[in-house]
Ligand binder design. Structure first.
Ligand code: KE4
Length: 438
């Protein structure tokens, strides 16, 4: 333990974790939360407010997980909480259309111009699963292309060489996924332009769609090489395949209109999640009208959901996006995140620790690597022991980071310059701990 660190108490979380493991696999409802990759006990969170969370032992943290992206405004943002309370007083679900769904859909189509129409679902997994089915229905082709290290949720056909929790736990190809489910999924390295050119040359006319995180966040944050996205897009257009941008994480985070706005690329279908629900379960897929008209009941491609477009989730999403747009939040977060990334790089250099800090909009990742990180292979080669030492030192100092090298950190509109200052100071100690592992 480096000097200056306060020893957090986790007595209540330890007993809560023990009990949870008797009733829930691994004690968590999503694997990355288990701290299995970094060791130790995951703090059980009691509450959040703004940029802070407090666990059941009373420890308080500056939060850079923010529920893995949704909380662009921060925890318990007043307008979101009030909107959900008000909606709940009128009922929680109807199984019937409401005007709130149209309102949020219109807001999204006005921000993400490639989405002329939107269908709401309940998770990013559902959004990408439905987008694949739509692409296959529209093109009448079967082959899907994904990229190693990209994560699109846990449905069978895309749980192949996946990032995020699958990579964190070292199970990028999960048991239980039958060969038949992945037989039409082709996986190639991200940022390898020759691989995608060769694939299209050989099989382009059989490809229904390429699905990608344009700026992957599930290997940690990895950025596309110059011209890469443009080339992928041109190849899909040349061979009549659809381009699906999975912006579940990057939407309203890399910029207001997502990475498609930043890189000026118009995908055929876009998947959104996280930020559009203000912390409630909402995701969506959408695209050109002629494609979306294929979706039942307009067209024959079936997709449904009991709680899709749920009134509370719609209220939260409308309140959150209204504030994000009116408050010019993305631009403000751009500069604060850039300052933090620069200061972290400086602190690592001072501690003699080789890192690559990648930053885009309000997202960033600190890779413990001397070499550039451009794909899954180089991300996986990072020094994970150094990451673990850094992670635990930051946690001990009240900075709550995603418990995996293969995740992205997030800022919110509630983070303050004082939070940034405290985070950088903690990192100076944490990098010293990391240096002992290198
Ligand atoms: P969900 O099914 O978890 O709502 O969304 C899946 C998904 C799809 N696409 C992208 C680009 C995503 O990042 C995700 C989910 N992201 C992870 C974090 N890397 C969720 C956190 C978790 O699995 O607990």
């Amino acid at each position: 333990m480096a000097r200056g660190e306060i020893k957090m108490k986790y007595v209540k979380s330890q007993s809560a974790f023990k009990e949870a493991q008797d009733h829930i696999p691994g004690g968590v409802n999503s694997p990355v939360r288990s701290f299995k990759n970094v060791g130790g006990t995951p703090p059980f969170i009691k509450s959040g407010k703004g940029s802070k969370i407090t666990d059941i032992d009373g420890n308080s943290y500056i939060d850079y997980v923010l529920s893995y992206g949704p909380l662009i405004l921060g925890h318990a943002a007043g307008n979101v909480t009030n909107a959900v309370k008000k909606a709940a007083e009128n009922g929680t679900s109807f199984g019937a259309p409401t005007v709130a769904e149209t309102k949020l859909a219109k807001m999204i189509t006005e921000i993400v111009h490639s989405m002329e129409m939107v269908r709401f679902v309940n998770s990013g997994t559902e959004a990408t699963m439905s987008a694949l089915r739509l692409a296959r229905a529209f093109t009448r082709r079967d082959l899907i292309v994904k990229f190693t290290g990209c994560y699109h949720g846990h449905h069978d056909s895309l749980l192949v060489k996946a990032g995020s929790g699958a990579a964190t736990l070292g199970i990028p190809d999960s048991p239980g996924v039958p060969r038949s489910a992945t037989a039409t999924t082709i996986t190639i390295p991200f940022n390898d332009i020759n691989a995608v050119k060769t694939l299209f040359k050989n099989q382009g006319w059989k490809i229904a769609a390429v699905i990608m995180e344009p700026t992957p966040g599930n290997m940690g944050l990895v950025l596309p090489k110059d011209g890469y996205l443009e080339t992928v897009h041109a190849l899909t257009e040349k061979y009549g395949a659809l381009l699906i941008f999975d912006e579940v994480m990057s939407g309203f985070r890399s910029s207001l209109g997502g990475s498609q706005e930043l890189y000026a690329i118009t995908p055929d279908i876009t998947c959104l999640g996280k930020g559009i629900g203000g912390g409630l379960p909402v995701a969506a897929y959408g695209g050109r009208g002629e494609i979306m008209e294929m979706v039942a009941p307009s067209g024959p491609m079936y997709q449904a959901g009991t709680l899709s477009g749920n009134p509370l989730a719609m209220a939260a999403g409308i309140a959150a996006l209204t504030k994000v747009v009116q408050g010019n939040v993305c631009a403000k977060l751009e500069s604060m995140t850039a300052i933090l990334a620069w200061e972290l790089e400086k602190a690592a250099k001072k501690a003699g620790v080789p890192v690559k800090v990648h930053r885009l909009g309000s997202m960033f990742t600190v890779f413990f690597s001397e070499k550039p990180v451009t794909d899954w292979e180089s991300a996986a080669a990072c020094n994970q022991d150094a990451f673990r030492a850094y992670f635990h030192s930051m946690l001990e100092q009240g900075i709550y980071l995603p418990p995996s090298q293969f995740e992205t950190n997030f800022l919110s509109a509630s983070h303050t310059p004082a939070d940034i200052k405290k985070t950088v100071k903690a990192a100076e100690t944490a990098f010293k701990n990391a240096a002992l592992q290198m």
